[in-house]
Design a protein around this ligand. Sequence first.
Ligand code: SF4
Length: 483
Amino acid sequence: MEAQRMKETALGADLPGGAPKPGAKAQTVAMPGGKAFNLGRTAPGQKGPGRFMARVGAGPGMAFGEKFAVHAGTVGESQKGPEAAKAYGKLLAGLSPGPLGLYVHVPFCQNRCLYCGFVGQKPDNQLMEEYVSAVAKEIGAMGATAPGRPGPVRTVYFGGGTPTIVPPGLLAGLTGAIQKNFSLASDLEMTLEGRVSDLSPENVEGFLAAGFNRFSLGVQSFDTRIRRALGRHGDREKAMGQLSNLIRRRMAPVIIDLIYGLPGQDVSAFLADLETADRLGVDGLDTYQLNVFAGGELERAVREGRIPAPAGLPGQAEFYLRAAEFLDGLKWRRLSLSHYARDTRERNLYNPWAKSRKNCLAFGAGGGGFIDGHATYRLPDVAAYLGDARRGRFGPDFLTLPTGNEALESSIVGQMELGYLNLRKLFGAGGVSPGPIKALTDNWAQAGLIRLNGDYMELTDPGRFWGVNLTQALVVTAKENAG
Ligand code: SF4
């Protein structure tokens, strides 16, 4: 996935929802094939900062009634189908030289993890070969459309699904196509996402030879009982052994995802996972809050009493706060609201790059990117993608037009991801009238979610837990009050 990260791609880059208001309703954009993307919650009839106020004195886990799921600020008018692909071609042809990110989507997965909302295509060798050759063609076509050798490319991310199930030799065809068609920065970060069960010594050798210099792996939990209940491959010992195959090479930073709030998991089990990660020598950690997808397998299993209910929001806040305290105690550095690094080896370039909507070209079925303020998205339909590739047709199925507020949004999202916001700049160069934002920051300070420190608003640990809500509130309120 790994599925917890689905929220960071495409139209919805890590996207927030609202304080729970009766009658609140999710906005959706209908996509062909009956898909719909949640664009955020609205409270009918409610306007102004009041709808984003926190409960004062309710405790860290009760400041809001729910976590916002989607970033409403990302939505502009969109173009579809051939119109979107044509507009994308024009944008690409006019692309100015400058730093770039690339995203390659690999929509294959053999697992069915209980908590995962991702419906992966079951791979076979022939399909993977065909897919990789189509993506290589797309990389070549897009590289040729942009003027010169586009770049320098600073960060490349192979996400999915589970890209590590693709044989290293095939992945090398894609990294080779990137090398051939783009200018690469000398400090390029090239990440391969996947699962530890694919880390045989031969595969590790092959992934490194293909040019990957960072690995992001979905461990989710080291606890054997929890892993089995969730449908993860292998037990604790196996997961640790496979991870060690990669770590002991010391050739590239190894980052793992760990989920908190899982069914049957208590805080001490999660802290034990963090302790194991530290002891194994991983370079970075993402701590993800469990998302339960409505109508998903996990929700059904809980409803039918096959597994215990996962932690609610107050419980999740407890996990988050205790984990932050534990990792601070081990002197890990905080690189974002949920991402920690042991030392300077882990840079975590891609996620902040994508979240702050810098230019990032996406390839493959299910890939989402940004170009000059336009969000792009290709549907995850592999058969349709392969059919188009045979006809030499590439490009997104959807392209969202800029709203004119991109710079403001990116600046807020980028700073908040790091745990602060410069209010003086927001009210000065940002041209946002202070009143409504100040009403929010006064309330959040009272609720213990932020500290006001000179020109800055800084998130406390409870504020970091609610970071998506605060970011969403700031983006929406700033846009509504921009000069
Ligand atoms: S490995 Fe599990 S979490 Fe990752 S994409 Fe597949 S089903 Fe989802």
